[in-house]
Ligand binder design. Structure first.
Ligand code: URA
Length: 438
């Protein structure tokens, strides 16, 4: 068996055996298959897809590339949520401590930004000192002691996803059903959870933009999750517009803090409550979605989720002083206001346009070596439904490293705004729910 013949087989649309997938992934993780061959394989999978059997073999091999957490002796159910990637999607930062104070144990392994979409790890790393490279022992201990941890893949835990994730980001091969399935479910299985809520995004800012594509992804995720013994449910949620008013890293941490302190944008609160409620019902911590929502809402209002977030950040080495007082955080070096070209009402703000602008400003990576700028991003001063006067600022662009990107990002954000005489109809945030077999 050799890598080139496996690539040729996938290129020619033939089904790979489990042995061939095992060989390729394990040799890649060991460093014996170089990035250029793996990049070619990823593109072949992106173009030709994988059968359900191949997808399951890929996911299983990725899980087996590292060690797995175990929480057998815990007196609380273990549950997590994972999103398929969006713009302004800071839900994990709020939901993980929130579900923990509602009685769940949340061992969350997240990802970094991918193409135009944000990444929970990049956001958390904007907090000075926050560690996303916990060892398996540290991760298990923290979940046992405080009920929640958010960390990343390491050389010890799911190293296959760590390497493949960065390579997919740099080779335009993210939006592939089998590759997303393997990436998400390898991390989720290695966490040692019993139940999983999938937030499958639909709309321009998602990797699968239309409902049919998003449903196909949800089906693949649910089928493989079931085979791996995870109890799972998927919510299809709107990603045609950014979530909240911020897109970037530190700006999204700040907005998450607002929500954790009982305020923040209504759309972020709504999607957080819907997903948290599914985590609580799936694990039997609540008997129905409406009582679960009430419990979660109370924990946002009474400050307990906010205190749990601070406890988690402290446990992972992060500086909580800047969270308690965000004005202590450094300011971006360069800022630019984007002004409304006309008066009227904001009809829509396109998620992809804003996500790509944030990437240009330095919030994500175009190449594996790129270093993320924690201060880069976009603040949306006006969102759908709000009135605006010609010449009034609708958004602020910020960056500390890419002053040259401001004019191009300005054009992108202006193009993302649609104005009209009348306000739009209300945005539907939850578009559907799917279970295994749907
Ligand atoms: N999130 C992940 O962890 N992996 C993907 O491929 C997409 C979203």
């Amino acid at each position: 068996m050799d890598a080139r013949s496996i690539l040729a087989k996938k290129r020619d649309k033939q089904e790979l055996s489990t042995d061939e997938i095992d060989f390729l992934i394990s040799r890649y993780v060991a460093g014996d298959v170089p990035d250029y061959q793996m990049a070619a394989f990823l593109m072949a999978v992106y173009l030709n897809g994988m059968t359900p059997a191949e997808t399951f073999a890929l996911t299983s091999r990725m899980i087996a590339s590292g060690r797995r957490a175990r929480f057998d002796d815990l007196d609380r159910p273990t549950v997590d949520k994972h999103s398929t990637g969006g713009v302004g999607d800071k839900i994990s930062l709020i939901l993980a401590p929130l579900a923990a104070v509602c009685g769940a144990a949340v061992p969350m392994m997240s990802g970094r930004s991918l193409e135009h979409s944000g990444g929970t790890l990049d956001k958390l790393e904007a907090i000075p000192g926050y560690r996303t490279d916990l060892s398996l022992e540290e991760f298990q201990r923290q979940v046992r002691e405080i009920g929640v941890a958010i960390t990343g893949q390491t050389a010890e835990m799911v190293p296959a996803d760590k390497k493949l994730y960065a390579l997919r980001d740099a080779t335009a091969t993210v939006a592939s059903v089998p590759l997303v399935t393997g990436s998400i479910l390898s991390k989720k299985t290695a966490e040692g959870i019993q139940a999983l809520v999938l937030d499958v995004k639909v709309g321009s800012g998602a990797f699968f933009k239309d409902s049919d594509g998003a449903r196909a992804l949800a089906r693949s995720l649910l089928t493989v999750a079931e085979k791996l013994g995870l109890s799972a449910v998927a919510l299809l949620t709107d990603m045609s517009q950014p979530l909240g008013r911020t897109v970037g890293n530190w700006v999204e941490v700040e907005e998450s803090v607002e929500v954790l302190r009982g305020g923040g944008p209504a759309d972020v609160v709504e999607v957080t409550l819907e997903l948290t409620a599914r985590m609580l019902t799936l694990t039997g911590l609540a008997s129905d979605v409406s009582s679960a929502r009430e419990q979660a809402e109370r924990s946002l209002r009474d400050g307990s989720a906010w205190r749990k977030f601070l406890e988690m950040v402290r446990a992972q080495g992060g500086d909580t002083a800047v969270l308690e007082n965000p004005s202590r955080y450094p300011r971006p070096k360069y800022q630019l206001e984007v002004k409304a070209p006309r008066s009227g009402s904001v009809r829509r703000v396109d998620a992809l346009g804003v996500g790509v602008a944030a990437l240009e400003l330095g919030a994500g990576r175009k190449q594996i070596e790129d270093v993320v700028d924690p201060l880069a991003g976009v603040r949306l001063l006006k969102i759908a439904g709000e009135a605006v006067q010609a010449g009034e600022p609708v958004a602020v662009l910020q960056t500390s490293q890419r002053e040259d990107a401001l004019p191009v990002a300005e054009k992108m954000v202006l193009a993302a705004y649609e104005f009209a005489d009348e306000p739009p109809t209300a945005r539907e945030l939850v578009l559907g729910e799917m279970r295994p077999g749907d």
